[in-house]
Design a protein around this ligand. Structure first.
Ligand SMILES: Cc1cc2nc3c(=O)[nH]c(=O)nc-3n(C[C@H](O)[C@H](O)[C@H](O)COP(=O)(O)OP(=O)(O)OC[C@H]3O[C@@H](n4cnc5c(N)ncnc54)[C@H](O)[C@@H]3O)c2cc1C
Length: 472
């Protein structure tokens, strides 16, 4: 009988559409993780590692398996105010890190669209930000990590000491071991604010053109797309460009190093708790008003463009989605999935246009679309391309037939992307088939990854619903 306090819980992805019962443990030390490995291995079970559970799909879930939730290992171990180098435990969140760093005039080099993500999860998925085209991925900021492997070894790893493990564990979706400590670089900023431009993009081609025109100049670029636009309006949206400010450009800049001024406000107009907004959004989704809401948002873009540029805090710019707590509840009871193809630049317009048209033809139009520019990175299980990604959020129906239709549509769209040499990102995936795994990464990369798995986890202790679905 195990002395560890495993608890039976319903463990789901952020999108709530996939996941299921799991036996969960929340360790606070590396020793407890090692003990959990030994405990589960002795019983012939499997373990899924879980950070903050912000992956949309099944990357951190395990049906009837064991789940190690690392969120309680959340100490910032050190921060060098001269260089901005931080050493953290894996459960430290992006929010914990930026709140600490900004007081010293630093900001994480790469952040996701929500600040709830943990450092372990960010490394395991090798997350990207709105600056991926310029600054690369999260893994590129990591100097070293400690990895507790299922063989029970605590390996300290740098790019130089073991390049294969370094580039495989970062991006390796928790398959090779558990990060117990990460050392990473943040960047110096001269103001707590950014200069922002809203730019109306009349269609998909215009959106892509803006990304190409500005990627040599801007620090951050991201476009919201109204995916309900058809014909000449197909792929229209509102691009946001964000630039870091130089020293002396913002007389009030240092005042905004105060984390309280950065944080996403909890109330709308200082009065309405933002936690009350999701029921209104639920009505928009379930009463089929998303096209209207998107149209209104697109119209409002012209006003924003006229008032650009303007200054905005880093927190407000990066974590727009955190403005509305529990916004994803608007898709209850079925939840949501995100489908995010990464498409090479030369194929971008054709493939993304085809995908949007196929959604219209199927009558399954994403309520949200987000377009970004990317660049390749050196990690083994990379999702990056020299091209574009389009994140598309679909509400999932509780009706099994409608749910199957959505899965089939996404699998057909995935085929178009893979044929064009595109990739997928497992933090956002719920639909890819086993046959797609080698096509996403290429046979040589998959062979190297499987060799790493065999070396560091020969008994295949670390498994998730995702890894089983992909046949890793
Ligand atoms: C609203 C929203 C916006 C997002 N925006 C972006 C974005 O802009 N860019 C982007 O790249 N992603 C984005 N994401 C996705 C998110 O960044 C990734 O899914 C990230 O991996 C989540 O981190 P987590 O801590 O929640 O990890 P989890 O989702 O819990 O786990 C993710 C993976 O990491 C593994 N893992 C977790 N902890 C460890 C550990 N200590 N050691 C080894 N493996 C571990 C798990 O096994 C799993 O495979 C967004 C997600 C949401 C919900």
């Amino acid at each position: 009988m195990s002395s560890l306090a495993w608890r039976d819980e319903d463990v789901r992805g952020f999108g709530m559409a996939v996941g299921g019962p799991g036996s969960v443990l929340r360790p606070t030390t590396a020793e407890q993780i090692a003990q959990a490995y030994a405990d589960v291995a002795a019983r012939g079970g499997t373990i899924a590692l879980r950070g903050a559970g912000q992956s949309y799909g099944d990357a951190a879930t395990s049906h009837n398996g064991h789940v190690l939730d690392l969120s309680r290992m959340n100490r910032i171990l050190s921060f060098d105010p001269a260089t901005g180098v931080a050493a953290v435990e894996p459960g430290v969140t992006v929010r914990d890190l930026w709140r600490h760093a900004i007081s010293y005039g630093f900001w994480p080099r790469v952040v996701s669209g929500t600040m709830a993500v943990s450092m372990g999860g960010a490394a395991a998925m090798n997350i990207h930000g709105k600056n991926n085209f310029a600054a690369g991925s999260f893994g590129e900021c990591i100097k070293s990590f400690d990895l507790l492997t299922p063989r029970g070894e605590l390996v300290h790893c740098t790019r130089e000491s073991d390049p294969e493990l370094f580039h495989g564990a970062i991006s390796g979706f928790g398959m090779l071991g558990c990060f117990t400590r990460l050392e990473l670089e943040t960047k110096r900023v001269h103001s707590g604010r950014l200069r922002i431009w809203g730019i109306v993009a009349r269609d998909l081609e215009h959106n892509l053109q803006i990304l190409e025109d500005l990627r040599g100049q801007a620090d951050y670029l991201v476009s919201w797309l109204d995916l309900h636009g058809k014909g000449r309006a197909l792929g229209r949206g509102l691009m946001h460009r964000g630039d870091l400010l130089k020293s002396g450009e913002d007389p009030e800049g240092v005042r905004f190093f105060d984390p309280i001024l950065q944080d996403v406000p909890g109330k709308l107009f200082g009065a309405v708790p933002k936690g009350w907004l999701w029921p209104g959004m639920w009505c928009a989704v379930h009463l089929r008003q998303v096209a209207l809401v998107n149209w209104l948002k697109f119209q409002a873009g012209a006003r924003e463009e006229r008032h650009s540029p303007y200054l905005q805090t880093h927190g407000a710019f990066h974590f727009l989605l955190d403005y509305v707590p529990r916004w994803h509840w608007m898709t209850k009871p079925g939840g949501l999935i995100q489908f995010q193809p990464f498409v090479p630049q030369a194929e971008g317009l054709r493939v993304l246009r085809t995908i949007i048209e196929r959604c219209h033809a199927a009558g399954l139009v994403p309520y949200l679309g987000v377009l970004k520019r990317h660049r390749p990175d050196p990690f083994l299980m990379t999702h990056a391309v020299d091209g574009y990604s389009l994140a598309m959020d679909f509400a999932v129906s509780k009706n099994e037939r409608r749910r199957q239709q959505l899965w089939q549509l996404c699998q057909q769209l995935a085929e178009i992307v893979l044929e064009a040499g595109g990739r997928f990102y497992y933090a956002k995936d719920a639909v890819l088939l086993q046959s797609s795994f080698a096509r996403v990464h290429g046979e040589p990369a998959v062979t190297r990854f499987r060799a790493l798995k065999q070396k560091w986890d020969p008994e295949r202790l670390l498994q998730t619903d995702l890894s089983r679905r992909l046949g890793v």
